[in-house]
Write a protein that binds this ligand. Structure first.
Ligand code: GLU
Length: 451
């Protein structure tokens, strides 16, 4: 049996970290066993779905390297859903209801006030043909509910183990709205049947849906696929999905300079028994993936951890790889392999290189505010600055001469020099920086700081 999975985002917004994780886990699970990864666009909600979001999702997945083998949109399949709905009506699984939203809300409140579960009471099943006609004559349009069996829907979840949903404890789900539009529940099942999906992998917020969907699979003559419901992502503070994390999009991560493999490494390992470490490729992550490693506790997404992984990935990048990206930053066309080697360990993201490009290749710096004492010190240092070209030894010989002359050492000695030459408190090793900055610029900066 070939494994076939689907990632089914709704194009009602951008791809955010939670979606990326779902897409990734589907991809890893499938590709780890030569399976097929399907991208399904869940755009039955025509009002809230946009082409722009759909294009964005495709662009983001491609950027991440989560390529799909097949793709389709639900909006192309309305005829198929209508046929499935007719089938369910004919078999008595789908029944028309006429309650308004207000009526349902009122009933819910009454049930709750009586300490009863707010489950739909199936009053519509009692309607006679005449009553239905009368309601329709009033101008009411039906919405359609799926009649759950009232028994237990059971499956062995690849993450959660044995699952059992008491379908008498949930309302019969509405599959078709009053205006004839389909909610997500049935089209998803129809598509999973048609596409021969073997495994449905999604967030645990869908567990209750799965109870109803298993019954819809059976009612349509399909075989329910295997299921895996992953614990949700929460913020590093353990406080549930923060607004920031909930909306942290792939686009934002890309624009902030995060590397796909850093994001993927983190999301593949979060909430699993594997250590969170950067990997080289999706293939490697796929080889290491197993649902048996996934825990049931919510997975904590820590942006600091992402920074750490990203830095690790950037530090290992060769100049040839990074050059085209540096070239997009100011002065980036001037960058040399020596420059990249000197600065890379100081970066979290590639765009962080902008700072060092400006320091090395840019013109005048703003220059730090110096105390009078430091100004005098820099004045001495300027006088001792050697003539001619700067080499890798210049920093050492020069700073030793400055030390001997001024009696300063350690931080007192190095810090003002670094600040004047680079405008920064910290940074790459100064011997390399001085060489990159060059004699002329270094002299100018010293003189400017202590005229
Ligand atoms: N469009 C649904 C969602 O984004 C898909 C859920 C599923 O995977 O079945 O929640």
């Amino acid at each position: 049996m070939t494994v076939k999975v689907r990632f089914a985002p709704s194009p009602t917004g951008k791809l955010h970290v939670g979606n990326i994780r779902t897409a990734l886990v589907n991809w890893l699970f499938a590709k780890g066993q030569d399976g097929i990864f399907v991208l399904r666009i869940d755009d039955t909600d025509l009002e809230r779905s946009t082409k722009e979001n759909e294009d964005g999702i495709r662009k983001d997945l491609s950027w991440l390297g989560l390529d799909w083998d097949e793709t389709f949109k639900q909006s192309d399949k309305f005829d198929r859903y209508t046929a499935a709905a007719e089938q369910l009506k004919a078999s008595g699984h789908l029944y028309p209801c006429y309650e308004t939203a207000e009526e349902l809300e009122r009933r819910k409140k009454i049930a709750l006030s009586r300490g009863q579960p707010p489950v739909y009471n199936r009053a519509a099943l009692e309607l006679t043909d005449e009553q239905r006609k009368a309601l329709e004559a009033e101008g009411r349009r039906p919405h359609w509910r799926f009649k759950l069996s009232g028994g237990r829907a059971e499956w062995i979840d690849l993450v959660r183990g044995q699952q059992s949903i008491d379908t008498s404890s949930v309302s019969d789900p509405v599959l078709i709205r009053e205006d004839g539009s389909f909610l997500y529940t049935m089209p998803s099942v129809v598509d999973d049947i048609d596409a021969k999906i073997t495994h449905v992998i999604r967030g645990e917020d869908h567990v209750t849906n799965s109870g109803a969907q298993i019954e819809i699979f059976l009612a349509l003559g399909g075989k329910p696929p295997e299921m895996a419901h992953m614990p949700l992502l929460i913020g590093a503070d353990g406080q549930g999905l923060s607004k920031r994390l909930g909306s942290l999009s792939a686009e934002e991560l890309r624009n902030s300079g995060f590397e796909p493999i850093a994001i993927l490494s983190l999301l593949a390992k979060l909430g699993t028994s594997d250590p969170v470490e950067a990997r080289d490729s999706l293939q490697q992550l796929a080889m290491e993936f197993s649902f048996s490693k996934m825990g049931r506790a919510p997975a904590r997404f820590d942006e600091n951890e992402l920074n750490g992984l990203n830095a690790h990935v950037v530090h290992a990048m060769g100049f040839a790889t990074v050059q085209p990206r540096l070239a997009k930053l100011a002065y980036g066309d001037k960058a040399t392999p020596e420059f990249w080697d000197a600065i890379r360990k100081n970066l979290v993201t590639v765009p962080d290189a902008a700072l060092w490009l400006a320091v090395v290749y840019g013109g005048g710096l703003t220059g730090p505010e110096l105390s009078d004492e430091d100004k005098a010190f820099i004045g001495e240092a300027a006088k001792l600055f050697p003539a001619g070209e700067v080499t890798l030894d210049t920093w050492k010989t020069w700073s030793e001469a400055v030390k001997a002359k001024t009696g300063r050492k350690g931080k007192q000695l190095f810090q003002p020099l670094r600040r004047v030459l680079t405008d920064q408190e910290h940074g790459p090793e100064m011997d390399r920086m001085l060489m990159l900055i060059g004699a002329e610029k270094a002299r100018d900066r010293l003189i400017q700081a202590a005229p």
